[in-house]
Design a protein around this ligand. Structure first.
Ligand code: IPE
Ligand code: IPE
Ligand code: MG
Length: 245
């Protein structure tokens, strides 16, 4: 299936809402946390799969602003898992020339998480292949409000006029600054919603929402998503006839 992918029409940026861990665990009579633990293999597969194909950016929604409202033991387990996973996956990142980055309110994460992330980002900062962006304590509305606050300060202090605020300027104040908008957004588990992910950046993304639960997601699902993307006609408001092939 990989051989059917057109390398000249690869998305530069793929964003993923990794959903369905809890249901995956529940289906086998296990606790939700068991699903989170079994999600790591899927993370490794998409990361390696994207790195091998030459995708430049992969953003994984790992923990939303709203996820803080889950039961404390689940939040704690997720944070612990994050620390262990980052520590354990640095070799995978190095082997695949992957640079790690984060978006979101990472200051709200437990300090050991913050340290682990900082260390992993430092170790991988020279890597030149895929950039893996982890969205942690992230939500689109949080990010947009942060941008508005920063822009207000710029205007107040006379460094920016209201008329100068266009899409490019606004994008400069988002945490995804310098990263192209995702051409493709995948959400697993069959849920058909955005759940406060990359609200600005997903404006024209192609959406792909397979039924597979995140812990079962493998390279072949990634390839299926990319193949589906490559069959779409991206019109950006124009008519089909206007598009030069
Ligand atoms: C996604 O799986 C992981 C996180 C949100 C951290 P869920 O935990 O949301 O699993 P479901 O949706 O309840 O099955
Ligand atoms: C979205 O999944 C957040 C992450 C995958 C990190 P949720 O499972 O939290 O989304 P909702 O609440 O069902 O929309
Ligand atoms: Mg969910």
């Amino acid at each position: 299936m990989k051989e059917h992918i057109d390398p000249s029409n690869l998305p530069q940026h793929i964003a993923v809402i990794m959903d369905g861990n809890g249901r995956w665990a529940k289906r086998q009579g296990a606790a939700r946390v068991f699903g989170h633990r079994n999600a790591i293999k899927a993370v490794r597969e998409v990361t390696e799969g994207c790195a091998e194909l030459g995708v430049k950016f992969l953003t994984l929604y790992a923990f939303s602003t709203e996820n803080w409202n889950r039961p404390k033991f689940e939040v704690d387990a997720l944070m612990q898992l994050l620390v262990h996973t980052i520590r354990g996956e640095i070799k995978t990142l190095m082997d695949n020339n992957v640079r790690l980055a984060t978006i979101g309110n990472t200051e709200s994460l437990p300090v050991d998480c913050q340290h682990e992330l900082a260390e992993a980002m430092r170790e991988t900062e020279q890597n030149t292949g895929l950039t893996l962006v982890l969205a942690l304590s992230y939500s689109g509305r949080w990010e947009i409000l942060e941008a508005v606050r920063q822009i207000s300060v710029e205007v107040r202090d006379g460094r920016l006029t209201p008329g100068e605020i266009d899409e490019q300027v606004f994008g400069h104040f988002l945490s995804t600054k310098g990263i192209p908008d995702p051409e493709l957004m995948i959400r697993t588990s069959g849920e058909m919603r955005i759940s406060n992910f990359l609200l600005w950046q997903l404006a024209y993304s192609e959406l792909y929402m397979p039924d597979v639960l995140w812990p079962d997601f493998r390279r072949k699902h990634l390839y299926e998503a990319i193949l589906s993307y490559q069959q779409r006609e991206r019109r950006f408001g124009k008519t089909s006839e206007q598009l030069v092939k």
